[in-house]
Ligand binder design. Structure first.
Ligand code: ZN
Length: 103
């Protein structure tokens, strides 16, 4: 399996496979994202781990509203833990919104 397929199918927080309902957080990101990437790996030193965010389409409504990345999670619990981790590093993730998707 390609690395990106693997990343797109798993919870960015606990790495378990995603189910039909994907929970997530859309977030702004203050640092540069390489335009060649579809997923961007972001170290979270205060939480001692790194996570992958899906880079949102630059022409999408969410992107124009200032949300650059979506972090997909498997559950409300992971979303809460992720949100706490992002809050610890809020200078890089100032703007956040829930983004739940039914697939
Ligand atoms: Zn999870």
């Amino acid at each position: 399996m390609k690395k990106e397929e693997q990343i797109s199918g798993e919870c960015c927080w606990c790495k378990q496979p995603l189910s039909a309902t994907i929970y997530g957080i859309g977030s702004s990101y203050s640092e540069t994202i390489p335009s060649s990437e579809t997923f961007h790996e972001i170290p979270l030193p205060k939480s001692g781990r790194s996570i992958y965010g899906a880079i949102l389409n630059k022409r999408s409504q969410a992107f124009t509203e200032g949300f650059h990345l979506m972090f997909a999670t498997c559950s409300e619990i992971c979303t809460q833990q992720l949100n706490k981790a992002l809050t610890l590093e809020r200078s890089r993730f100032q703007k956040r919104t829930p983004m739940n998707v039914d697939t």
